[in-house]
Design a protein around this ligand. Structure first.
Ligand code: HEM
Length: 157
């Protein structure tokens, strides 16, 4: 956990890798039952929830497993190429992830949720942009890193 007086990462605040894997596992079950998203994810493999959990962990301040073992940010971008994702699907994806966080009673303090929504809006819009015709992968794209933003988190008491 965090040292007294130090600022926890978003990753620590939400409960670490186990909590993220619980979130993505349940999320993709919900996705498979969703009329707008089921067909988009019809061919995802069984490891997809674990890969997305590892990616989110790294972005939110956790261990760099996705960079070290799964190809990093360029690999993630490649997975979205030419999928022609639509805004309606993106909005549903974000909404369903947040609904799943509620379903699993993840932290719902205003500071954490606004930081999470900020990242999901940013990341999902990039996924849509990178899924359109003509999008290219920057092989050196660094992993995004997300923190608390402008607010003083609940960690500050
Ligand atoms: C913050 C937003 C997002 C993140 C962090 C994210 C993350 C990822 C990652 C890490 C992968 C690759 C998994 C692997 O390495 O095997 C992936 C694949 C994929 N993503 Fe996303 N994604 C985001 C948004 C979206 C959205 C909004 C959609 C569609 C509405 C989407 C659709 C897909 C699909 C279809 C795949 C390929 C699944 C397959 O293997 O068939 N993503 N995403």
């Amino acid at each position: 956990m965090t040292e007294p007086g130090s600022i926890p990462t978003l990753y620590q605040w939400l409960g670490g890798s186990e909590a993220l894997l619980r979130l993505t596992t349940r999320f993709y079950e919900n996705v498979k039952a969703d009329p707008l998203l089921a067909s988009v994810f019809a061919h995802m493999d069984a490891d997809h929830p674990a890969h997305v959990a590892a990616f989110l962990a790294e972005v939110l301040g956790g261990p760099p497993d996705y960079s070290q073992h799964h190809g990093g940010h360029p690999h993630m971008i490649r997975q979205h190429l030419n999928r022609h994702l639509q805004q309606e699907q993106r909005r549903r994806w974000v909404g369903l992830l947040l609904d799943t966080a509620d379903e699993l009673a993840m932290p719902d303090d205003p500071e954490f949720r606004s930081a999470l929504v900020g990242y999901l809006e940013w990341g999902s819009r990039l996924a849509v942009i990178n899924s359109q015709a003509g999008a290219a992968v920057d092989a050196d794209a660094p992993m995004p890193k997300w923190g608390w933003g402008e607010v003083k988190g609940p960690y500050s008491g």
